[in-house]
Each structure stands twice: as structure tokens, then as C-alpha cells.
Design a binder for this molecule. Structure first.
Ligand code: 6LJ
Length: 158
């Protein structure tokens, strides 16, 4: 059981090596800089088995280094327990959301709020696209979207 006053967010994408560890790291840095990181449980996970146990994609690691955002994660899959214990579960695209909604039904009484991370974007770019077959520029775009969305999400929950 979480300590009283603890907020929680789980960022989710297909493999948990590109988009969701970037979102997790960006959000953790913002919460740290705002002095509220102790009030949060912050994690990320995959909808698939593709990369379980892998570190973040090297292109994402380079992108985060260039922005001085620490990122340390080992890919894991979403569990039934996640649907019981996280207040927010935020996906990156419609495919993530259909998988999350399917899994939430299987977990029966999930109190988690399932939303697109992009729904918080002040620039209204709803979808954060899978950069796996993309370029360094695609990773930079993912990073910038995560910065805008995480900032708005943190403000909404402060
Ligand atoms: C089952 C068949 C697929 C991807 C990814 C794509 C592909 C990924 C990946 C994101 C994170 C055995 C595993 C797809 C990590 C790995 C290669 C295929 C994996 C897909 C479709 C469109 C765009 C990107 N699938 N791994 N194998 N995203």
C-alpha cells in the first residue's frame, strides 16, 4: 500500500526501451527540480515482451545525455498489480491504449486512470510515435513532447 499523499504514475509504451523510459526520466527530473519527487512513485513499463530486461535504446540514451537528464531503467512488462497500484497509467499511442484498456478489464477493478500522455500537450500533439525504426531526430521529438506533456501533467497534479 502506498504512503498517504503519495501520487503515482506509470508511463507505458510497446517495448519500454524508447518512449516510456524517456517520459519516466523527464518526469522524475521535473519532480526533483520542483522539490516534490518524494511525493511520487514514478515508473515505466511495456505492453509487450519484446525487450524485457533490456536497457533504454542507445539513441534515447544519447538524446537524454545531451539534455542532462539522468535515465536508468530495465525494461519490464505491465503487470495486473500495476492496474491496482498506480493512480495514472499513461500510454503513448492508440495501440498502447487499446492494450492497456484490454489489460485493465482483465485486472477487473482497476482504479487507475488510463490516458494518453499526449492529452496533456499544450501544443495538442496527441500521439507520441514509436521511434524504433526512426532517426535521432525522432528521438529528439519524443523528448520534446515528453517535456511539454510532463510539465503540464505535473502542474495539473500539484
Ligand atoms: C514478435 C514480433 C516483433 C515497431 C520494437 C517496433 C518493433 C519497437 C520493435 C519498440 C520498442 C517478436 C518481437 C513492431 C522495442 C522494440 C522489432 C520487432 C520485435 C513495430 C512496428 C512498427 C514500428 C515499430 N513490431 N522490435 N518483434 N517497435
Amino acid at each position: 500500500m502506498a504512503a498517504t499523499g503519495t501520487k503515482s504514475v506509470l508511463f507505458v509504451c510497446l517495448g519500454n526501451i524508447c518512449r516510456s523510459p524517456i517520459a519516466e526520466a523527464v518526469f522524475r527530473k521535473m519532480a526533483t527540480d520542483a522539490g516534490v519527487v518524494d511525493k511520487w512513485r514514478i515508473d515505466s513499463a511495456a505492453t509487450s515482451n519484446y525487450e524485457i530486461g533490456s536497457p533504454p535504446d542507445h539513441r534515447g540514451q544519447a538524446c537524454m545525455k545531451s539534455h542532462d537528464v539522468p535515465m536508468q531503467h530495465v525494461a519490464r512488462k505491465v503487470t495486473n498489480d500495476d492496474f491496482m497500484s498506480f493512480e495514472y497509467i499513461l500510454g503513448m499511442d492508440e495501440s498502447n491504449m487499446s492494450e492497456l484498456n484490454r489489460r485493465a478489464k482483465l485486472a477487473k477493478t482497476s482504479p487507475a486512470k488510463l490516458e494518453l500522455l499526449g492529452s496533456f500537450d499544450p501544443q495538442k500533439q496527441l500521439i507520441i510515435k514509436d521511434p524504433y525504426y526512426g532517426s535521432d531526430e525522432d528521438f529528439e521529438k519524443v523528448y520534446q513532447q515528453c517535456v511539454r506533456c510532463c510539465k503540464a501533467f505535473l502542474e495539473k497534479n500539484s
